[in-house]
Design a protein around this ligand. Sequence first.
Ligand SMILES: CC(C)(COP(=O)(O)OP(=O)(O)OC[C@H]1O[C@@H](n2cnc3c(N)ncnc32)[C@H](O)[C@@H]1OP(=O)(O)O)[C@@H](O)C(=O)NCCC(=O)NCCS
Length: 147
Amino acid sequence: MIKISPMKEEHIPRIHEIEKSCFSISWSKEAFENELKENSLAYYIVAESEDAVLGYAGMWIIVDEGHITNIAVHPDFQHQGVGTLLMQHLIDEAKRKHFFGLTLEVRESNIKAQNLYRKFGFVSEGLRKGYYQDTGENAIIMWKYFK
Ligand SMILES: CC(C)(COP(=O)(O)OP(=O)(O)OC[C@H]1O[C@@H](n2cnc3c(N)ncnc32)[C@H](O)[C@@H]1OP(=O)(O)O)[C@@H](O)C(=O)NCCC(=O)NCCS
């Protein structure tokens, strides 16, 4: 049974492990701490089994828009529906708060994530050229609209 709950400071060491295993440019533990302690716009959740945190996701709530900052599932637990649960929770929260839409950026090469986003009705709305510093890759800007 997988449970979605608010991210807490005690989750951060495991979140950071997942972050490093998923991203070539990863957030530091301090970055997550700042999000939880200092950023009043931040909304972060974790997906937990009885034993461990399997994944996490978050967004910044900017007026009536949600800017998804990250979503990741530990490689050992990918493609088992955890990403879907996390995204469904963000969408439910967005609907509950009557958002205009949700937006995010994704690497052009990240087909797995794009598939997840398209499954939930996100569409491509533009490109940020050379957005990723490590490879110079473009970011696709995606939106899901509720209105
Ligand atoms: C993207 C990510 C969060 C998806 O999480 P997940 O738990 O694997 O996703 P789910 O099992 O719920 O699958 C949801 C959909 O994602 C897509 N997907 C997942 N794994 C995939 C794979 N190996 N190949 C292609 N599409 C895949 C599919 O559309 C899938 O829907 P389906 O099962 O109906 O085909 C996960 O792969 C991940 O953490 N990747 C590394 C971090 C990352 O890239 N984050 C996004 C940054 S923009």
